[in-house]
Design a protein around this ligand. Sequence first.
Ligand code: FAD
Ligand code: EPU
Length: 295
Amino acid sequence: MTATSVTASRSGARIERLPLARFTTLGVGGEAEVWFVGNHEQLAEALEQPYRVLGGGSNLVVADEGVPERVIRLTGPLAEADLTPDPELSDAETVVTGWVGGGVPLPGLIRKLQKLGLSNLEGTVGIPAQVGGAVWMNAGTRYGEMFGGLHTLEIVTPGGTRQVTPDELDWGYRRSGLSRGHVVSRVRLKLRRSDPEEVRARMDFADQARKGQPKMKTPGCAFKNPGGVSAGRLIDEAGLKGTRIGGALIAPEHGNFIVNLGGASSRDVHALLDLIRERVGVPLELEYELWPEQG
Ligand code: FAD
Ligand code: EPU
């Protein structure tokens, strides 16, 4: 297949060989066969061969060589949100929504919820993820996380589709408890009725914490905070802010962000991650996901 060829799968998924750099916020990554799947039948077919799921690409460092597996991108109805309150599960205080596709961009969803006066997820403001990726990581800030607003998750694997509730999963800080290969196809949200202006005020407050974050191409924080200590602070104290390797830079604004100055390669980013691990005296767990995984 050439770089420009587009084909359709048996069930009608669009398949295109594309550079993944285009889909990542770091802007790095070679080619893969991207499957644009818009319904459960197409998703089931895509899972017949080795695959990876791509969300907003906002936590990924993809190799310059790309990846050999199919890369699944949720589109169509799997990227739409039905925020209508379920009359049987909602009451004067709580709203349980209809299905929200795993491919729905989180920032737009957060804005809609604010306008509707629906609270619980506004603390995730500024996270450039898709719903499925944000659930996978339990993305959040100290003002709220994805699992604070979930009622049901629909999970698809090669073995079939099932629904789970958050209390069935071992979720925690930047962790959903889902196994690799479990696709979050849709979720239903559990929200608290509030006043739109109050939700906006909490959103604005949470957004203030981002003022010191860099505005360049980046996958966000490289490492999880060990024991609640800011990894950024540790990297800063190790004197590493502003260190550059090739086209990648440890952001001068915040030590835990690696940014692409333009033309960065995955090797440049890996070299910076190795340098940080070597220089910071505390073991650090990677938050970025490396495609393919290392070691
Ligand atoms: P991707 O990066 O596309 O993928 C990440 C992982 O999720 C992969 O393993 C992928 O397979 C999996 N995945 C994606 N979609 C699905 C799906 N539908 N089903 C199952 N698995 C899936 N994170 C925070 O937690 N808090 C922050 O404050 C924060 N701030 C950020 C700020 C910036 C500027 C940036 C660039 C990133 C930030 N991040 C933050 C990191 C990132 O947004 C989160 O890790 C987010 O959860 C990644 O979601 P994604 O949809 O982009 O997933
Ligand atoms: N600090 C430094 N130097 C730095 C960076 C931070 O001294 O280079 C200090 C700050 O001055 C502050 C403290 O460390 O006193 C905490 O910093 P910050 O408020 O930036 O929070 P953080 O713990 O570094 C976490 C999340 C971010 C999230 C922010 C805001 C992790 C790994 N990071 O950063 O999440 O946006 O809080 O809530 O949990 C992400 O996960 O990708 C991410 C961006």
